[in-house]
Design a binder for this molecule. Sequence first.
Ligand code: HMG
Ligand code: MG
Length: 284
Amino acid sequence: MPDHVNVFEVGPRDGLQNQKRLIPTEDKIKLVDMLSSCGFSHIETASFVSPKWVPQMADSAAVMAGISRKDGTAYTALTPNMRGYEAAIDANVDEVAIFASASEGFSQKNINCSIDESISRFTLILERAKFDKCNVRGYVSCVTHCPYDGPTDPDQVIRVALRLLEMGCYEISLGDTIGAATTETTHNLVSSILNYMPSSVLAGHFHDTNNNALENIGVCLEAGIRTFDSAVGGLGGCPYAEGAKGNVDTVSVVNMLHGMKYETGLNLESLRKASAFAQSLIEV
Ligand code: HMG
Ligand code: MG
């Protein structure tokens, strides 16, 4: 049996959230529907954050209502606070994600509170989600470098990741928010964090600012990590991390994995069509 790698598609959220042009809701729905035909187990479809902070995601409830769901695919959304969590549940998401930072500077700029304050907010979400039997994924941003605080010590990442796991997150996605990670810093982080948690609860989330994302995924694969986030068309960026470019491109990741004889369950031809459509949305 070939080794399976889970490619977690984040394009409709991370890929689109930073686009200047407000993309019509029907185009977002069409993109998610095209992605549904590719065979993903997870598609991060929406983000129930403040529309004042991220106007592009203001139509998240309408996107969730308009998509055609495919069995076997979980349609997920970001939730920064209880208000976002309740809106996500009302919109019938299958899973939510909370997002903390390993660095104080990015926590303040992105969600307007300290790391500890964010953990308190997320604790409330986790308690409700347990009651609702809703899976919660946890992001930790700026895992090797913060645009405000500089290099991140792996101990800072471990501290936040352990808290998210204790709270009940089923997986920790390690966010290289501005694509500054190198093979050295990725290796340093991953080898440290694996002393505290198994590779099965970790995912890699690499932005591709410096074209290092595929190599960083290679480092994670060697360490046993088998889940990677990517965005169709390589779209993306975070509005509160200037210079952050797109997520690593899904087609490139899948091509690399298939070349390495990993199995993904994804249909490359459908993916290429979705990729072309995603690109057309930002070229208008
Ligand atoms: P705040 O201004 O401190 O909080 O924002 P607030 O409670 O004063 O809310 C401000 C306004 O937003 C109020 O409206 C609230 O009602 C409203 P007003 O009273 O002024 O009319 N509001 C909401 N509206 C809708 N849904 C909500 C919600 N919450 C408040 N859930 C807050 C704090 C966390 C809300 C804000 O900072 C925020 O929304 N931040 C999100 C920023 C964001 O989405 N960043 C990008 C995603 S993270 C990322 O990309 C990294 C990742 O990819 C991993 C990686 O790459 O590392 C995940
Ligand atoms: Mg990201």
